[in-house]
Ligand binder design. Sequence first.
Ligand code: IVH
Length: 669
Amino acid sequence: MLIILYNIIGEIMIEERIKELTEIINKANHDYYVNDNPTITDQEYDRYMEELMRLEEAHPEFKKVDSPTQRVGSEVISSFKKVTHEIPMLSLGDIFNEEEIILFDERVKKVVPNPKYVAELKMDGLSVSLLYKNGELVRAATRGDGVTGEDITHNAKTIKDIPLRIKQPIDIEVRGEIYMSKASFKRLNENGANFANPRNAAAGSVRQLDSKVAASRNLSCFIYHLPDPEDYNIYTHFDALNFMKELGFVVNPNNRRINNIKELMEYVDYYTKERPKLPYEIDGIVIKVDDLNDQKRLGYTARSPKWAIAYKFPAEEVLTRVRDIICTVGRTGQVTPSAILEPVRVMGSLISKATLHNEDYILSKDIRIGDIVSIKKAGDVIPEVVKPIVERRDGTEKKFNMVEKCPICGEELTRKEDEAAYYCLNEHCPARKQEKLFHFTSRHAMNIIGFGDRIIEDFYNLGYLKDDDDFYHLYEHKEDLKELEGFGEKSIEKLLDEIEKSKNNSLERLLFGLSIRHVGTKTADILAKEFKNIDNLMKASFDDLASIKDIGNTIAKSVYDFFKDENNINLINKLKEDGVNMSYLKEVSTEETVFTGKTFVLTGSLERFTRDEAKIRIEELGGTVSGSVSKKTSVVIAGSEAGSKLTKAKDLGITIWDEEEFLNNLSKY
Ligand code: IVH
């Protein structure tokens, strides 16, 4: 009796839950697509959807005709006939930014040295396979799970872009995308429908049992794939597109044959801008290797072809939850709060942490632990929390209280006048020390390759590294180091070699590496050039420093104070004894050269120089080297495998030298 009662209660609860999930998902869809105001995170959405699918599968008796799961499109609906795709309908790998396009091109080039591509708009609809026998449409099927789809012939026949009879009486399968134009979508919703977007509207229309419904929806279809081109003596994808067009299919006129990465980037840029003006929705660009033999050589992964990729337009702002707010200590002692987030993909990268800058920022935006927040990532910058979604609060969120003590060493924090930031002023704080050590090895400082922050932390905790000069005594622990997990004879030798090499660096690297407040790479360069060696610099008065062009009072005071500090003087002396170079090694030519006054950008790999060597040569001859291409760039020196910088330089009409030309110009002096 009790068991039966439990079962009944269980069933009622499941039915209730299905209803509840349906409502949540429908509302989320409405908020996201119609109101353009998302209220739940992607993870939450996926979790609800998975739960609903699971319950519906176990209890089909409770599944509603309007269930949101029917819009997902990976499930085969039982009332439609199942269709097996002889050649599976694969999906494409996704990429999200220009660098990944360049990487794709590089991967292709490893197999196909000089690839040509076709770039196409990525239609936001649902893919369809159309089968013709003797020139007549006999079957249309959705993709389903790629192997088994649903027979939608009766609805496909209502779509005007899908020919019922093609221009040749042949057997052929073609594939493409059924979509709904923006205008038809608007009209449909104005007439009382409530679809979230044109893709869902197209999918919902195609999955109707009554073909009168699909017929009334004004669907369209572009064809973009011929699975068996060789049967028709076709050897490039572009020719396949033309062939299908000749047969009477509608092929997107915006498809382009692409000769090189520059043209590819131009296509992507153009349609990124043009996207709002198009009469249909696109969600990215599809890039396909054109030559079918090249496609064969590239092959497939289990899920997608290696010869094609989908570049997806970025989602600019996404929602996620703040799991915690933590404070980290930088090498200057500045304590910065960061939000620890439920991982989420933004602009192509997985984000689990975002800066909150300082206490004032958190207070002014009222960001709380547990909040759903929108986060934004613009280009290469650190992801940032934009705002909390206040409507999503349920009362469990906790206000953040700025720590009063250093989270690492416990020192009372100090807020400097006119600054929003708090500082740990304890010179011996382990966090500060480790950050400082890490900075000493960094690329623009002593450039000691092989030190990650984990190694620094381990060596610090083992007592091998405390101050910067300890790097030059690590060899004394060589035998112990070899015993450490993750290290071997070879890796330790390599690390020690790198350390040894760094002794010959020019002065500016050491100055930057010493973590003097307000001294970045540019100031370090100026100081090194001006004083030529560290002794001159250490003797300089505040006025000597402040009178240098581009050195203001704040920097002058900071540098002056640094070299008056006993600990710092000791450190410099120890480094000197260790044999670290303390002089400026570059002498800039006073003679006018083709490099004088010009700004150079180095890109790609040069055969005869490292980047640093090339930089030194340019600077010796009076030029400067910058990291990014802009209108101010005079010359871009492009080695092999040059990527987006070269493309940009070409766009801006900037002079480009290859390595040969660079060498010719160097040899004049
Ligand atoms: S090619 C093997 N071209 O994007 C070739 N797909 O993420 C596979 N799509 O399932 C497809 N526009 O539904 C291709 N111009 C286009 C496309 C396109 C939209 C869709 C298609 C596919 C998905 C892959």
